[in-house]
Design a protein around this ligand. Structure first.
Ligand code: ZN
Length: 370
């Protein structure tokens, strides 16, 4: 009976099939197979830029998009400026994008940090106070308000879908043309797209998106630094003091360590607190140095386009990053676009120095220029 288990001398048919597919794979190296790729790179070759507007030229995007396609104004008066934007979007090969709340407004997420943001009126405090470390963790009622804000933003961001603008950035990244997205948004709408993903916490290899202010999708222990998906159920959002939830919940992982230490007869080292993984004003950014290192490395690449979008650059650190990118892109004869619903303040433009075009309007409209 033993001979039944002896291996056959000739290989089974599946083995032969496998070697055939391997041959096919080797064919991929032959020039014939490379042709379509070559063709594609020829098609994507950057044409010469025929027109460059003066610095800080204002382009009214909303008005342009509203013009009928046959309009003479569209073709002559604004045509060159529109072509300049199209050129930046279609031919840039190493883009950096710095985004703010404006890109998520169309998804249904309000610009909650601004004075008009709905959270400022709902919660009876200014948007900035609700993001101030000392205010948020200074007294209980502010702590509760902050939790309300985080929980509602978390639920909102889970319900909202990425916008056309997010999709456009995702397609740039897919084509290998987006070097980095630096996002100030904490909604995670950008990072949920496959080519705009990030690492939490930020680690090498550097992901396509760097979250400058964290996100509401995660929470972190301030002691053991354990990062977990945000759990809205454990953060107290009302004034009921017999509530089982806490304003700043204790970390279950630390509690577990404590129990083990107790059993082992070791001294207590304390239990950490869980916080939404969002960076507040007046707090030291735990990943600040690493983000600076990433930006410095990106500055060394041959950047040919910077798009600053949906932000008024009120945060000095972000403005500083933009200033350096703008200078570098300008030195490389690239294009700097500042896309926002309102004019950037004069001091911001002065600081940036090299903005080719201020594109005024809804950033979603720019996708129609692709
Ligand atoms: Zn912990």
């Amino acid at each position: 009976m033993r001979h039944e288990f002896v291996l056959p001398i000739t290989p089974p048919s599946t083995v032969e099939k496998k070697s055939q597919t391997e041959d096919h794979r080797n064919e991929g190296l032959k020039p014939r197979k490379l042709l379509p790729q070559l063709k594609r790179s020829v098609c994507n070759r950057k044409p010469r830029l025929k027109y460059r507007p003066e610095l800080n030229t204002v382009f009214d995007l909303d008005a342009y998009v509203d013009l009928p396609h046959s309009s003479k104004l569209r073709h002559h008066h604004k045509g060159n400026d529109a072509d300049f934007i199209k050129y930046a979007l279609n031919y840039s090969k190493r883009m950096v994008v710095v985004s703010g709340a404006g890109v998520s407004v169309a998804a249904g997420i309000p610009d909650f940090r601004s004075s008009e943001g709905i959270f400022s009126t709902v919660n009876g405090g200014s948007g900035k106070d609700l993001f101030d470390y000392n205010r948020v963790y200074g007294d209980e009622s502010m702590g509760v308000k902050f939790n309300q804000l985080m929980v509602s933003l978390f639920k909102l961001s889970k319900d909202c879908r990425p916008t056309k603008f997010h999709e456009m950035l995702n397609s740039f990244a897919k084509d290998g043309r987006l070097l980095r997205l630096y996002t100030q948004n904490i909604d995670g709408l950008d990072t949920q797209l496959p080519h705009l993903s990030t690492n939490v916490p930020l680690t090498k290899p550097i992901p396509s998106t760097v979250q400058l202010h964290g996100s509401v999708r995660h929470m972190e222990c301030n002691k053991c630094l354990n990062v977990e998906p945000f759990d809205p159920a454990i953060f107290r959002c009302d004034d009921e003091y017999d509530s089982p939830t806490e304003i700043i919940p204790s970390c279950p992982q630390c509690e577990e360590f404590e129990t083990v230490r107790k059993i082992a007869g070791l001294r207590s080292t304390g239990v950490g607190k869980l916080r939404p993984r969002v960076i507040l004003y007046n707090e030291i950014h735990p990943e600040g140095d690493f983000i600076g290192e990433i930006a410095n490395n990106d500055l060394k690449k041959r950047l040919d386009c910077l798009i600053i979008v949906g932000t008024s650059l009120k945060i000095p650190g972000v403005k500083n990053i933009c200033r350096q990118f703008a200078a570098k892109v300008h030195a490389n004869k690239g294009i700097v676009l500042y896309l926002n619903t309102s004019m950037p303040p004069k001091n911001v433009l002065d600081s940036l120095k090299f903005v080719d075009m201020i594109v005024l309007g809804d950033c979603q409209h720019i996708t129609s220029l692709l």
